[in-house]
Design a protein around this ligand. Structure first.
Ligand code: HDE
Length: 717
């Protein structure tokens, strides 16, 4: 039998599944002539940032042009139940009514127990090739392009919760590689709450809404959360990140991602290394301001979801570089005293640089939320040749959990046959039957060894780089026990490192977040206990949080933080980033010169930003459409404001300007627009205020300023 025969990838080879055929575009039975299609030449539905392509609607349409039953019978009426006369009772024999309602009754599946609220997109990943020195993973070979599906999520809230809550975010990518599916299921925070998977139900039960009243939704600002984390101090490092600006990202597009755990990789020569995965957004790492986030949750609960979809729709494709930190695979799995198996620790980039190994571009929105974003099933055990797990006890537990949860969420063991989960390479797994089986398997011998199907499937060659072989690892002699390594005991030093790495304005946000969250706890002993925990991290931090709560910090624990060096890479402030896709509100008034409106729009577009024209009422100014009226404009939608000439004072304009000011947004003023500013109490020449005679001048200066994201010099710290 030749190599080709052994490939085992063709339908019809005994034992192979016949892959479910893609749904045909057209029904197979001939139609009588169809009625003319409805006129679709009218204006297209628009999204806030642009025109939605008709294709995305077309893709949602079902096959054919007729309304049919689930069995394909054409229907003439789906608006009326079958009744004994127009005023009579509904008849049990109404099979269409019963079929329609029965299906509707079962439309919901269990939401994810964590990460229920999410948004996703399709894209591609292109490898730079430099990772091949440490891993033989095919998708990391130079120039290889791999289709991907990435899902972002919050953790605590339920499926309908708001996007801009203070929480950790999930960042999961499914790589459909030619060697099988690889899932990188990470977060936007590089460390985790717990060190051992057995504590996951505890931390999640503590963070979820309290069981008596099922409140608060999607918040950690409540007693049970702080009760748990103040007692379980290994959570401290993660909690510091969550209370920092990282807990309220500006956009999924401006989040870093982290695989958290250390993975073991193997190159083509059989050499192994330990690696940590990082995602670096090309748009920079940016966050919201807490008051702004709270407003957004009321004004636009879909803020992150909308931002991702709109950006892709507008062609501003979100991008990240995948990076790796590489460590020698030593017997103690430790680097410079940092235990690489402890998921509450990171390795500062100043010690080991993050090397970019490829680029992810998200360029297509899902056609159907449920089919794709809801049904996608990630699993850290979806590995490819060249990448393997380590003994991190958190990762080990995840290897059980993700498969297990899909069985109840997706209704059985065949979830990998759902289109979004299907590998893009041949599958010949000998798994048979089960709920929702869609493959029509041929052959009679789904067992091994066999002769009945000619021996198929055949074991792959372990020497072949495309075969998954578990990377061998010698284990030290040990006893069976429930215990963590002593090196896991330091809960505070890296929390202190994080605190020391933040700029003063970031530190003050973190202090305010602790004071806010603990201030929402009813039980004073819980507030006090967390302040005492912070005393083990840093005395200044603990004192400032205590001041906000009217408390006095207790003594540090017997094993407080050791001296720590700052890691400047952990701060989000001080760098410059591209401004592409940033939204700028252009405030106009009844007397604004239309030529200035055109100029502002054109200059902002040329500079890569997205202008949104705001006017007292809707319509057009000259040829320029008005995108927001004084009724629909909200400051939280804009990264900056440009105020044009001829704007009269108005309560809405006052509010827009004063909120933008409080939230450290740049405000650019053209010509004689000082009057509305004075009315709103915004200083005309304060930090982050740009004034100029001409539109060109202020837009140029605005672009340079916005590269720093916010007017940090305005912050009151
Ligand atoms: Fe998860 N996690 N997790 N988790 N996790 C799930 O799987 C779990 C952990 C993460 O967009 C669930 O399909 C355990 C760390 C993301 O679909 C579940 C433990 C990290 C997502 C589950 C962890 C994550 C999940 C719920 C402790 C960052 C969303 C539904 C060992 C590295 C994926 C599902 C998506 C989802 C279990 C810890 C990230 C229940 C037991 C650490 C991004 O299986």
């Amino acid at each position: 039998m030749g190599d080709d025969d052994m490939a085992g990838d063709r339908p019809g080879v005994p034992g192979n599944p016949t892959p479910a055929e893609p749904t045909p575009e057209e029904p197979t039975t001939p139609h009588p002539p169809l009625p003319p299609k409805p006129d679709q030449s009218g204006p297209r539905p628009t999204t806030p940032t642009g025109v939605r392509s008709r294709d995305s609607y077309a893709a949602q349409a079902q096959q054919g042009d007729w309304l049919t039953s689930a069995q394909g019978a054409r229907l003439a009426d789906t608006d009326h139940s079958l009744k004994a006369g127009p005023r009579g009772p509904v008849l049990l024999q109404d099979h269409h009514l019963r079929e329609k309602i029965t299906h509707f009754d079962h439309e919901r599946i269990p939401e994810r127990v964590v990460h229920a609220r999410g948004a996703a997109a399709h894209g591609t990943f292109v490898a730079y090739g430099n990772a091949s020195s440490v891993t033989k993973a095919e998708f990391l070979r130079k120039g290889v392009e791999t289709p991907v599906f990435t899902r972002f999520s919050s953790v605590v809230g339920s499926r309908g919760s708001a996007d801009a809550v203070r929480d950790t975010r999930g960042f999961s990518t499914k790589f459909y590689t030619s060697d099988g599916v690889f899932d990188l299921v990470g977060n936007n925070i590089p460390v985790f709450f717990i060190q051992d998977a057995i504590k996951f139900p505890d931390v999640v039960h503590a963070a979820k809404p309290q069981p008596d009243r099922e409140i608060p939704q999607a918040q950690s600002a409540h007693d049970t959360f702080w009760d748990f984390v103040s007692l379980h101090t290994e959570a401290t490092h993660h909690t510091m990140w969550q209370m920092s600006d990282r807990g309220i990202p500006r956009s999924f597009r401006t989040m870093e991602g982290f695989g958290i755990h250390t993975f073991r990789v193997e190159n083509a020569d059989g050499d192994t290394s330990l690696v940590k995965f990082h995602w670096k957004p090309t748009a920079g790492v940016h966050s919201l301001i807490w008051e702004e986030a709270q407003m957004i949750n009321g004004i636009d609960p879909d803020f992150h979801r909308r931002d991702l979809a709109d950006a892709i729709e507008a062609g501003a494709y979100p991008e990240w570089e995948l990076g790796i930190q590489v460590f020698p695979d030593t017997a103690d799995e430790t680097f410079e005293g940092i235990d690489l198996l402890d998921p509450t620790k990171l390795v500062p980039e100043e010690l080991v640089a993050v090397q970019p190994v490829g680029k992810l571009t998200l360029n297509r929105n899902p056609s159907n939320y449920f089919a794709e974003t809801e049904q996608v099933a990630f699993h850290p055990g979806h590995l490819v040749p060249g990448i393997d797990v380590t003994n991190d006890p958190l990762l080990q537990g995840r290897l059980f959990s993700y498969l297990d949860t899909q069985i109840s969420r997706l209704g059985g063991p065949n979830f990998s046959q759902i289109p979004i989960n299907r590998p893009h390479c041949p599958v010949n797994d000998m798994f048979r039957d089960g709920m929702h089986q869609t493959a029509v398997h041929s052959g009679v011998a789904p067992y091994k060894p066999n002769t009945m199907d000619g021996g198929n499937p055949f074991a792959a060659d372990p020497e072949d780089d495309h075969t998954f072989v578990d990377i061998a690892q010698e284990l030290p002699e040990s006893s069976k026990e429930r215990r963590s390594p002593v090196s896991f005991d330091d809960h505070f030093t890296q929390a202190r490192m994080f605190w020391l790495s933040l700029t003063p304005v970031e530190q003050s946000h973190l202090v305010d977040a602790f004071a806010f969250e603990l201030g929402k706890c009813w039980d004073e002993t819980i507030r006090q206990r967390e302040v005492d925990v912070l005393a083990s991290v840093d005395a200044d931090l603990a004192q400032r949080v205590a001041d906000g709560l009217g408390l006095t910090p207790g003594k540090p624990s017997t094993s407080p933080a050791e001296e720590a060096a700052a890691s400047p890479a952990l701060s989000q402030i001080g760098k410059k980033w591209p401004v592409d896709g940033r939204k700028v509100g252009v405030v106009t008034g009844a007397k604004t010169d239309p030529t200035n409106v055109v100029a502002a729009r054109n200059r902002l577009v040329e500079a890569g930003m997205v202008p949104l024209i705001i006017a007292p009422v809707g319509g057009r100014i000259g040829d320029v459409p008005i995108e927001r009226t004084y009724l629909t404009a909200a400051s939280s939608e804009f990264d900056a404001l440009v105020v044009l000439d001829g704007v009269d004072s108005d309560p809405v304009v006052d509010l827009l300007l004063s909120e933008a000011w409080r939230h450290l947004k740049f405000i650019a003023i053209v010509d004689d627009s000082a009057a509305p500013l004075e009315e709103s109490g915004v200083p005309v020449s304060g930090p982050g205020t740009i004034t100029g005679e001409a539109v060109r001048e202020v837009v140029t200066e605005l672009k340079e300023s916005l590269e720093e994201h916010r007017a940090w010099s305005r912050a009151d710290v």
